[in-house]
Design a protein around this ligand. Sequence first.
Ligand code: HEM
Length: 253
Amino acid sequence: MIVEYIRYRIPEGRDGEFEKAYARAAEQLAKAPQCGDYELSRCVDDPAAYVLRITWTSADDHLRGFRGGELFPVFLAEIRPYIESIEEMRHYRPTAVRGTGGAVPTLYEWAGGAAAFERLTERFYDTVKTDELIGPMFAHMDPGHPRYVAMWLAEVFGGPADYTHGRGGYAHMLGKHLNRAITEPQRRRWVSLLADAADEVGLPADPEFRAAFMGYLEWGTRLALANSQPGAEPAPQAPVPHWGWGVAPPYQG
Ligand code: HEM
């Protein structure tokens, strides 16, 4: 594996078209069997400076394989206007100094981001609708309900605060549960169907993720049950909870 770095200095006003051109050119990199991965970064302190990092299976594969192949003319046509802006274009061999840092991904990232939670709740409410114990409670649910609950879960697990900013946050969620008189068997069924849906849509099944995920569901459903009882007086305002890994951080090998 060899790493190619290409440094560009893009004149002011051409940055937008440059990034768009590279996004189109990158479609050829994505198809190239010689390319491992690629990433275009822009300098925060000096916005005219860009660095493109491409890993190639070898320098020869890059120079003969990719450049001699059928994808290259299409790639080159997109980036040709920026060739004169190149400051450096060289191959680097990685040394033994490498590793990963101590940053811990959020549960949201580990799960696969917003799309993973949307798949989860779509599947979940499909089965909920026909469930004899809890289906009737959801008979008149808003068609957007699966998406709203996905937004809530995403925010809880460390994703963007879209439920807070776009859907009324905690107060709105609470209002939807008040006076529903959820029973313990209904709560259990809700948890059980959501755990089934997690398997069915392929949410990560590692012990650490599932322990944290199920921990939140256990906590959240017990609160939902308590708050749904007639006469309950839950706090009317609170932040959306933020759930973390707890005592078992992600196992990253
Ligand atoms: C961790 C546990 C739970 C979470 C995170 C959760 C989340 C939510 C959210 C975010 C909403 C509002 C969606 C919107 O913005 O419109 C909602 C509504 C609702 N929830 Fe829950 N919920 C939980 C547990 C439960 C349980 C255990 C039940 C019943 C067994 C339940 C029944 C309902 C119902 C019936 C609605 C209203 C649906 C509609 O007609 O629009 N929830 N829930």
